[in-house]
Structure formats: structure tokens, C-alpha cells
Ligand binder design. Structure first.
Ligand code: NDP
Length: 479
């Protein structure tokens, strides 16, 4: 039998995607893994899938109908390069290699360029949703050429999550665009999680409610504008009781957050592009701070507020936190989309922002109703320069801003860290400010480095003779 699609790499993600593919009408799925035992186990455990299994890369290539299409799901980095080399050796011009792993988008750009010379198509596809998404329907963000999308589109549409009747997959743009957008998705996910964690912490410390009681707060929030997978699972985690100690599970989990690096990539890339993704950055740094036990121990006796803190009206405070969370979340998404816009410009991708928000509605970790509002905002104004200024979001922050300020103030006074809440508010105030102290920074730069400044009353660049008579001269353009 010839297969129309193959999967290389049969660890948890690859085997689940292979089973997902096999379960869809019209697909016959070829499988291959470096260690043959994984291949044999998958065939034995899932006879219903009708896999065409191979134990050599040559047999795998021969088992595919043309144009051959192979999805790589191996350990990102050297593993991906090794498998690509093997496939390039046995594939022909017109065939398609898809990397569905968590590759850094610049690696994808490099690989696409090198493979294009062989006539083989290379597609970097961001796949979100973890193990369960892979099996039941992920959100898929493919890059690559329009030509490969013609073959790949129907296959990916068949396995993707479905949100409101639409498959959560779209051709994001050429070469590394798909992995770039997947990276931003993960960055936003970090911010969303950190904001929820701060909301929980503030409610717990301000009202004295138990995790189980706070779970009910989140469950109620999940029925309103905050409705999302992350809010839903937060309630589940807070409800969980540890079988061994009888305590809330959240109280026996070590408070050091791990990370696999995609959040850091989002921030590193944003720094290169000059885009202030401060909410995402604070979320990444909050995980780093949590994971520094020696520093935390050394600092644990530093002074904080002397009075213990208890809000007077718990319900009013919880509503304030809800509004602050929603406003900060809007900022995180606004910043993430700013980075998409800047990346698209830098790398020459035609990315449809509204379509991206749509394919995040199902399958992935940040899935939420709220994403429809983003699609609507970009549909109404494709040239929107800051998401937070779109009418719907403008209304939301207008409604929230007083509460947002009360929450950030209370947190600061009570000595409770709220890095994502407070940096989002600072970003908001920075963006809407009439005048920023950046003018003073320009003055300082001109003083010590003759970096020049512009004037508010006309064109040109100017320099003050700081070490001379302090008169102003017009700077000569040396470019
Ligand atoms: P792993 O990342 O643990 O990778 C294991 C697989 O890679 C095995 O099949 C292994 O083969 C293969 N492999 C590793 N090195 C090589 C090599 N040099 N040559 C050939 N094969 C190699 O598997 P996962 O299923 O967890 O993840 C697969 C990909 O999906 C990764 O890129 C990961 O980042 C991404 N991922 C995405 C998630 C998401 O939600 N989108 C969630 C989890 C992962 P062998 O059996 O022979 O060792």
C-alpha cells in the first residue's frame, strides 16, 4: 500500500499525530522512527490505524505516493537536522518535508533556504496543543511555499481542531512565518498564565479564601469575557487535593516554574525587533526569579510592609482583580500582535492577523472566545497599529482602568509581586501619554555622546554644545 502522508519521529507528539491522521477519511499513514521498537509498538497498539510501517528511511520513502509528504516530529535542533538530511537523500524535487517540531523560526528560514535548492519543499509548521491536541486536533501554523500549501492544506485541515465550524489552520506565510507565529503564541501563553497566577495570589492573600474557594471564582469568570481554556484548567488545578497530605495540591507543589525556552525566544526576538513585549518579558522573568532558590533564600529576610493585609470588601476586590486581569490580558495580546506585525515587516511575510487569532480559537493552550474580538478588530481595520486602540478593546480598558490601578496599588502596598499586572499598566500609561520623559533621555544622550535630538517645532537634528557655551547647533547629516 502507498501512503499519502508519512510521520517521522514516533515519541508522544508524532505517534498521536500519526493516529490523528490515520483516523481521517482518505489518509493512509506511513511511519518511521530512528529506534524501530517505537514503530513496532505503535503498530501493535493501534492496528485500527492501518499504518504502513518502515524500519529504514529508504523503505519509508518508497511507501509514500508522490509528491511524497513527510511530517517530522523529532527533538528540535540537531535531531531535526539529522532527519532532514536523511529525507533529502531519499526524496525528489516536488516532495514536501514538514517540520512540526518546536523549531526556532530562524532555523526554519535557514533550512528552507538550503532545501529549496534541491527542489524539495520545506515547510516549518508550528503545532500547538500538546499531546491531546496532537491526537484530537491541534492548532496548526504552517509556513512554507504556496505550492506546498496546496498539497498540505487539505491534509492539515483534516486533522486540525475545529472552532465554530472552521479548522484551526491557515497558511501563515512563507519560510519561517509559521514557527514565528507559533513562538508568539507561546509567549502570549506565558503572559496569560502569569497574569492568572498573579490574580490567584492577590485574591488568596487579600481575602484569605482557600484554593478551592478561588477555584469557584475562576469557574464563574469562565462564564464571562475571560472564558478560556487556561481559566478553566486553573479552576481544576486549584480544586485538586493532594492525596498524600490532604492539603490543596497547589500548596505542596514547589513554587519554581520551569520553561522550555519558547517564551524566552519571543522576548529575545522582540528585543531584536525593538518591540516592547513587556508583559510577556515579565512572565518569562517571573519564572526565572521563582527558580532561583539561593537568591530567594538570601533575600527572604529583607523588609516588606509591616501591616498584614486584608481587603475590606472581598467581592469588590475580586471584581477589581477580574477587570485588571482582563485589561492586562488585552495588553499581552496587543504586544504579541505588535511583534507579529514587526516580524512580518522584517522578514517580508504577508501575515493576516485576523486569521491568526481565528486559528488560535481551538486546539491550542490560549484558546478563548476573546480571540474572536481580535479577528473582528483586524477585519474592521487591517492597518490597526495597536490592538488595544480598537473600539472593543478601548471600551474594555476604559471600563477596567480604575480597578486595574487599585489592584496594582494594593499589590505594591501589600508587598505582593504583580510584575505582569503592573508592567502591563505601565505600558498602557506609556502608550497613551502625551509626553514621555524620553525627551530627557535624548537630552542626556546628547550631553554625553552628542547623539543629537529632534525639536518639537521643526525638522532637523540638533546638538547643544554642552562643554562649550551651550548654544545649539544643527547637526550635519553624515550618512
Ligand atoms: P521529543 O522531543 O522527546 O523527541 C523524541 C523523538 O525524536 C524520538 O522519536 C526520537 O527518536 C527522535 N530523535 C531525537 N533525536 C533524533 C535524531 N538525531 N535522529 C532521529 N530521530 C531523533 O518528542 P516529542 O514527541 O515530545 O516532541 C516532538 C516535537 O514536538 C519536538 O520538536 C517538540 O518540541 C515538539 N512538541 C510540541 C508540543 C506542542 O504542544 N506543540 C508538545 C511537545 C513537543 P528515538 O525514538 O530513536 O530516540
Amino acid at each position: 500500500t502507498q501512503a499519502n502522508i508519512g510521520v517521522v519521529g514516533l515519541a508522544v507528539m508524532g505517534s498521536n499525530l500519526a493516529r490523528n491522521l490515520a483516523s481521517r477519511e482518505g489518509n493512509t499513514v506511513a511511519i518511521y522512527n530512528r529506534s524501530p521498537q517505537k514503530t513496532r509498538d505503535l503498530v501493535d497498539e493501534h492496528p485500527e490505524a492501518g499504518f504502513v510501517a518502515s524500519e529504514s528511511i529508504e523503505d519509508f520513502a518508497a511507501s509514500l505516493s508522490k509528491p511524497r509528504t513527510a511530517l517530522i516530529m523529532v527533538k528540535a535542533g540537531a535531531g531535526t537536522d539529522a532527519v532532514i538530511d536523511q529525507l533529502v537523500a531519499v526524496f525528489e524535487p516536488g516532495d514536501i518535508i514538514v517540520d512540526g517540531g518546536n523549531a526556532l523560526f530562524t532555523d526554519t528560514i535557514r533550512r528552507e533556504k538550503a532545501i529549496r535548492e534541491t527542489g524539495i519543499n520545506f515547510v516549518g509548521a508550528g503545532i500547538s496543543g500538546g499531546e491531546e491536541g496532537a491526537l484530537l486536533g491541534p492548532s496548526i501554523m504552517p509556513g512554507g511555499s504556496a505550492e506546498s500549501w496546496e498539497t498540505l492544506g487539505p491534509i492539515l485541515r483534516s486533522i486540525a481542531a475545529v472552532a465554530e465550524g472552521e479548522p484551526c489552520v491557515t497558511h501563515v506565510g512563507t519560510d519561517g512565518a509559521g514557527h514565528f507565529v507559533k513562538m508568539i503564541h507561546n509567549g502570549i501563553e506565558y503572559a496569560d498564565m502569569q497574569l492568572i497566577a498573579e490574580a490567584y495570589d492577590l485574591i488568596r492573600r487579600g481575602t484569605g479564601k482557600s484554593p478551592a474557594e478561588i477555584a469557584e471564582v475562576f469557574a464563574a469568570w469562565n462564564k464571562g469575557e475571560l472564558e478560556s481554556y487556561l481559566i478553566e484548567i486553573t479552576a481544576e488545578v486549584l480544586r485538586q487535593v493532594d492525596a498524600k497530605t490532604g492539603r490543596p495540591l497547589v500548596d505542596v507543589i514547589v513554587d519554581e516554574a520551569g520553561a522550555k525556552g519558547t517564551g524566552a525566544w519571543t522576548v529575545q526576538t522582540a528585543l531584536d525587533l525593538g518591540i516592547p513585549v513587556s508583559g510577556i518579558a515579565e512572565a518569562v522573568f517571573a519564572r526565572s526569579l521563582s527558580s532561583k532558590p539561593a537568591q530567594r533564600k538570601a533575600a527572604s529576610d529583607l523588609p516588606g510592609p509591616s501591616e498584614s493585609w486584608q481587603v475590606t470588601d472581598a467581592d469588590a476586590f475580586i471584581e477589581d482583580v477580574r477587570l485588571a486581569l482582563y485589561a492586562s490580558k488585552i495588553i499581552a495580546y496587543s504586544q504579541g500582535f505588535d511583534e507579529i506585525v514587526a516580524g512580518a515587516e522584517e522578514y517580508d511575510w504577508d501575515i493576516k492577523k485576523g486569521a491568526i487569532a481565528k486559528i488560535w480559537r481551538g486546539g491550542c493552550i490560549i484558546r478563548a472566545q476573546f480571540l474572536n474580538r481580535i479577528t473582528e478588530a483586524y477585519d474592521a481595520d487591517p492597518r490597526l497599529v495597536a490592538l488595544v486602540t480598537a473600539p472593543y478593546f478601548r471600551d474594555a480598558v476604559t471600563k477596567a482602568q480604575a480597578a486595574w490601578r487599585r489592584v496594582v496599588t494594593a499589590a505594591a502596598q501589600a508587598g505582593i509581586p504583580s510584575p505582569a499586572f503592573s508592567s502591563s499598566l505601565a505600558y498602557y500609561d506609556g502608550l497613551r501619554a502625551d509626553r514621555l520623559p524620553a525627551a530627557l533621555v535624548q537630552g542626556q544622550r546628547d550631553f554625553f555622546g552628542a547623539h543629537t535630538y529632534k525639536r518639537i517645532d521643526g525638522p532637523g537634528a540638533f546638538h547643544t554644545l554642552w562643554s562649550g557655551d551651550r548654544s545649539e547647533i544643527e547637526a550635519v547629516d553624515t550618512h
